[in-house]
Design a protein around this ligand. Structure first.
Ligand SMILES: [Zn+2]
Length: 199
């Protein structure tokens, strides 16, 4: 049976890098992968998955309300698909996660989703909540806080580098940046010392 996978992490853990490498492993063996990413992710322009270390690949986009089972089924009918990769999976709706599960179950292909577990207020994203509930396989992609402990939380910073406490879960086109912290330093709102600053 093909499985539905959820690989989750905080920010800047290298999710897109892991996704692109895993997809490449299929392509290298002559197999076809279908890549998808959220329309709200415009770091690399619409329809592109880009990693911070320079790898990138074209991708189909998904929007709220899109039927992802139908999208995959039609792509598979045109040219058989061996595996599906979904980046920014935190932006999926619960319905779309069910559609991806259906693609794994009915079309027989692994569907690998990559996304953030929680937002800057420590709350689950809708897509992540559904994936944590429904995925066959859960795996954490780890990154570290400035202190060296595992970073499980995400803080949003405003244009001047201060931690934002309130606001929308997703800011499109904003100048906000994100940083991953361990839970203790997230609670303490402690960003540590910047690179190059004295101890
Ligand atoms: Zn820490």
């Amino acid at each position: 049976m093909a499985k539905l996978y959820f690989n989750y992490s905080s920010m800047n853990a290298g999710k897109s890098t892991v996704l692109l490498q895993a997809s490449y492993n299929y392509v290298e063996r002559g197999m076809r992968t279908l890549l998808m990413t959220a329309a709200v992710d415009d770091r690399a322009g619409i329809g592109r998955i880009a990693s911070r270390i320079g790898l990138s690949s074209p991708a189909d986009i998904f929007r709220p309300g899109d039927d992802l089972y139908e999208h995959i089924r039609q792509a598979h009918e045109a040219t058989p698909v061996d595996a599906v990769f979904v980046d920014e999976a935190q932006f999926l709706s619960e319905t779309q996660v069910w559609q991806l599960a259906r693609a794994a179950d009915r079309l027989g292909m692994p569907v690998m989703c990559f996304g953030l577990r929680t937002d800057f207020q420590g709350k689950l994203f809708p897509g992540s909540q559904a994936l944590l509930a429904l995925a066959d396989s859960l795996k954490e992609i780890k990154t570290i806080c400035w202190c060296g402990r595992k970073a499980t939380m995400v803080a949003r910073l405003d244009g001047s580098g201060r931690i934002v406490e309130e606001g929308e879960q997703v800011v499109i086109g904003g100048e906000d940046a994100y940083v991953s912290l361990c839970r203790r330093h997230w609670v303490d709102r402690d960003l540590g010392r910047g690179p190059g600053e004295p101890a």
